[in-house]
Design a protein around this ligand. Structure first.
Ligand SMILES: [Zn+2]
Length: 253
C-alpha cells in the first residue's frame, strides 16, 4: 500500500526525468530497439501487427466471438458459469507483442507506454470507465510489492483514471494471502488458488467500480476482486486489462 503511493510519486516526477534522459538517449519504440521521435510510440510496421480485440465479443468476459449474434451474446464458458464481474474488456489479444509490452511494464518498470495503454483500454471499455464511480487496481501481496516496489496494475489504473478524470483507489482491494504462481494452472485451479485471497478494504455500497489489471488469463484474479467488491456492497464491478488470452495454449503464462 505504502509502496504503491511511493510509486505514484515516482510517476509524477517521471515527466522531468524522461525529458532529461531523452537528451542523452533518444526514446526507443515500445516494441523494439528502434529509435522513435517521442516516448511511448511504436514504429508503423510493428503497430500494424498489434492485435486489438474488436467486436463482436462475449458481453460478459470479452472473449472474441466468431459471429455477431447480438450485443448480449455470451461465450460458451460464460453461458455455463456466470462470472462474478459484470463485464471484462481488454485492449489487445495476448501474443508476443502484448507479452513484451506487459513484461517491460511488469518486470522492467517501463512507464512510457502508460498513456497509450490507457487510450487503448479506453477504446475497448471507455463508456464503462466513464460511468464508473472509481477505478481500483488488482492488488499485489505486500511481500511482492516490497520486492518489486511497484504494482504495474496500479500504474495502469492511474493512467486510465487520469485519462477519464476519475478517482482511483490504490488500497480499495488488498491481497491477504500470497498466492502460489498461477502459471500452468487450469481455470478452476486458479479460482481455488486466489479464492479468499483478496479483500475489499471497506464498504463500497452501491458503487460502480472498474478493476484494472495488466492481463486477463483465465479471469480468476479479476473474479476474486469482483467477489470481494460485491461482498463490500458494490452495485457493479467491471474489469479492464491491457491484454487478454484468447488462445488456450497461452494460459501457461
Ligand atoms: Zn464469456
Amino acid at each position: 500500500m505504502a509502496a504503491s503511493y511511493r510509486a505514484t510519486g515516482a510517476f509524477r516526477k517521471r515527466g522531468v526525468i524522461s525529458r532529461l534522459s531523452d537528451v542523452i538517449w533518444p526514446p526507443r519504440s515500445l516494441l523494439s530497439d528502434a529509435f522513435v521521435d517521442r516516448p511511448g510510440v511504436i514504429e508503423p510496421a510493428l503497430w500494424n501487427e498489434l492485435k486489438f480485440i474488436a467486436e463482436p465479443v462475449c458481453a460478459r468476459c470479452g472473449f472474441p466471438l466468431p459471429d455477431d449474434i447480438g450485443a448480449e451474446a455470451v461465450c460458451g464458458a460464460c453461458a455455463g458459469r456466470k462470472p462474478a464481474y459484470d463485464s471484462a474488456r481488454a485492449a489487445l489479444a495476448y501474443d508476443d507483442h502484448a507479452r513484451r509490452l506487459i513484461l517491460d511494464l511488469k518486470r522492467g518498470g517501463r512507464r512510457d507506454g502508460l498513456p497509450v495503454f490507457a487510450r487503448w483500454i479506453s477504446a475497448a471499455a471507455g463508456e464503462t470507465v466513464a460511468r464508473s464511480d472509481f477505478l481500483a487496481p488488482a492488488p499485489m501481496h505486500w511481500t511482492r510489492l516490497a520486492v518489486r516496489s511497484f504494482n504495474q496494475a496500479a500504474w495502469l489504473t492511474q493512467a486510465l483514471a487520469r485519462a477519464h478524470g476519475k478517482p482511483w483507489k490504490p488500497g480499495a482491494l488488498t491481497r491477504i494471502k500470497r498466492r502460489k504462481s498461477q502459471a500452468g494452472l487450469t481455470a478452476s485451479e486458479r479460482r481455488r488458488n486466489v479464492g479468499g485471497a483478496i479483500k475489499a478494504s471497506r464498504r463500497f455500497a452501491g458503487k460502480t467500480i472498474v478493476v484494472v489489471d495488466d492481463v486477463f488469463t483465465t479471469g480468476a484474479t479479476l473474479e476474486a476482486c469482483a467477489r470481494a467488491l460485491r461482498k463490500a456492497g458494490a452495485a457493479e464491478v467491471h474489469a479492464v486489462t491491457l491484454a487478454r488470452v484468447v488462445r488456450p495454449t497461452d494460459i501457461s503464462i
